[in-house]
Design a protein around this ligand. Sequence first.
Ligand code: C2E
Ligand code: MG
Ligand code: MG
Ligand code: MG
Length: 274
Amino acid sequence: VIKEEGRNEYQIFRHSLKEGVKEQLQLEAELHKAMQNHDFDLFFQPQYDLKTNRIIGFEALCRWFHDEMGVIPPDQFIPLAEKTGLIIELGEWVIYEACLQNKKWQDEGLPKVKVSVNLSAKQFLQRGLVNRVSQILYETVLEAQYLEIEITESMAMSNEYHIIETLNRFSELGVQVALDDFGTGYSSLQYLSQFPLNKIKIDRMFIQNQSEQNIAIVKSIIHLSHALNLKVIAEGVETEDNLEFLLNEQCDEVQGFYFSKPVAAQRVKDFVDF
Ligand code: C2E
Ligand code: MG
Ligand code: MG
Ligand code: MG
């Protein structure tokens, strides 16, 4: 019975996201409360190198655990957090928590891998971001090479000069940079070669719908990335077929439900011989 109720509230909640200023304000208040109550947590999804078959990192993905509504996925609260500015505080917490957790795994003797963190546009454009990240690395005693940030094409378009400068400073710090959801935005090829990036992430829509066009697009992205000396990772790998195709095309890395869904931090140890 409780579950049913929960589901209904969840429906109402989803509905409220789309419309109603009042509901929006309510949700905003909930979001602030969640921040104070520490109702957020990170899940982690493994990423594999196709040459070595080894895990090379985990993407940290934020979850909101609401008392009545249950687990709320990021697509439903990140945009609101971004709009209200709460993303600054939340985003900083995500970076801190991801670094702390990665250091913890290292201290427990697990092989050293990267942790990858998504940054929203507002967060990326804030003053003092690089200093704050540098401070977080110092506080958590995590070496910079084990942190990766993911930015998206849409933010890469907004303020070219500032972006390049910020990316250069991340690069000097030793933090890795990946361009997320590649192919869904409007990146010009010139930006791609100008930005100091380490990796391109092919958006999962190109992987999952294997139309003739998408196959051609994936092939080109892989060639382009390699020509620019960038690593390339495919997200949304769900099937053996997806994997075989990417192996054939010399894709460097993969991530997706075929290997694992995002899991809680304590379950990361279960990943055999990673
Ligand atoms: P993203 O960065 O592109 O992350 C990948 C999303 O695809 C994740 O959804 C992941 O669970 C999902 N995914 C991975 N493999 C598969 C697969 O094989 N099949 C399918 N159908 N899905 C797969 P999630 O965790 O719901 O996150 C959605 C988006 O929310 C993320 O997309 C990212 O843009 C944003 N996000 C998540 N956490 C954070 C955060 O801490 N900060 C910011 N700014 N954004 C975040
Ligand atoms: Mg991502
Ligand atoms: Mg993505
Ligand atoms: Mg995304």
